[in-house]
Write a protein that binds this ligand. Structure first.
Ligand code: PEP
Length: 252
């Protein structure tokens, strides 16, 4: 098995105002000094540049929560990957379930955004995951495979090296319900198997697959001990400095 470097990423969503963002970013920077894996925080657009200055010289990567599928021009309110890169971003989230459900983003749009992130030379955290009823009717692997096929359409094996997959069961996001380590491990293994079939065994082996869905200091160690879980995408707990500090310093 490839030695995959774990990635713990925080997703602040539409939370914090500037002074809070700076304080939280400084706390993440301090907490990450001895962290066993990579760390990133996906912060609101207006705070990217100031947070980038706080994170300078640290191991914490800066991430955005969305981007435009277009390069530039008359797209009022949109933010391009070039803009993100110019303020120090290294990561961009695509396909988050809130973008899918609240903003109506289709798999086709998510694919365009994913390819835009990759062509800008940024790392893309592509989120996939099933609804509660899909888990209950046993179609999780099918749903996730379809999201992967659509989201990664025309993404080359070389480009896949800049992709992280975040498996986030929708029923576990922000609900306090975490998938059991067995449920998460099974789906992560299914994702890796899909990548093996669509790309190669080597690509599957290299792929970092995060789990997301109400990860807390209490659940992170058990999740990270699973062989196919290589990190976490953390919403609520990433807004609480002490909790996120413990999560980035997981013990697997
Ligand atoms: C997320 O926003 O991707 C997420 C997993 O949120 P939470 O940790 O709050 O469930």
């Amino acid at each position: 098995m490839a030695a995959r470097t774990a990635l713990i990423a925080g997703n602040w969503k539409m939370n914090t105002v500037l002074p809070e963002a700076l304080k939280l970013a400084a706390a993440v920077k301090d907490a990450s000094v001895g962290a066993p894996g990579d760390v990133a925080i996906c912060v609101p657009f207006p705070f990217l540049e100031s947070v980038s200055k706080v994170l300078a010289g640290s191991k914490v990567g800066l991430g955005a929560q969305d981007c435009s599928e277009a390069d530039k021009g008359a797209f009022t309110g949109a933010v391009s990957t070039g803009m993100l890169q110019s303020v120090g971003c290294a990561y961009v989230l695509t396909g988050h379930s809130e973008r899918r459900s609240i903003f109506g983003e289709s798999d086709a749009l998510i694919n365009l955004k994913t390819k835009k992130v990759l062509s800008a030379g940024l790392k893309c955290i592509l989120c996939v995951g099933e609804l509660k009823e899909q888990r209950e009717d046993g179609t999780t692997d099918k749903v996730v495979a379809a999201q992967l096929a659509a989201g990664l359409k025309d993404v080359s094996e070389e480009q896949l090296g800049s992709i992280v997959i975040a498996y986030e069961p929708v029923w576990a996001i922000g609900t306090g319900l975490t998938a059991t380590p067995e449920q998460a491990q099974d789906t992560h293994a299914a994702i890796r198997k899909w990548v093996q079939g669509a790309y190669s065994a080597a690509a599957a082996d290299r792929l970092v697959i995060q789990y997301g869905g109400s990860v807390t200091p209490e659940t992170v160690d058990e999740l990270m001990a699973c062989p196919d879980i290589d990190g976490a995408l953390v919403g609520g707990a990433s807004l609480v400095a002490d909790k996120f500090a413990r999560i980035v310093n997981f013990k697997a």
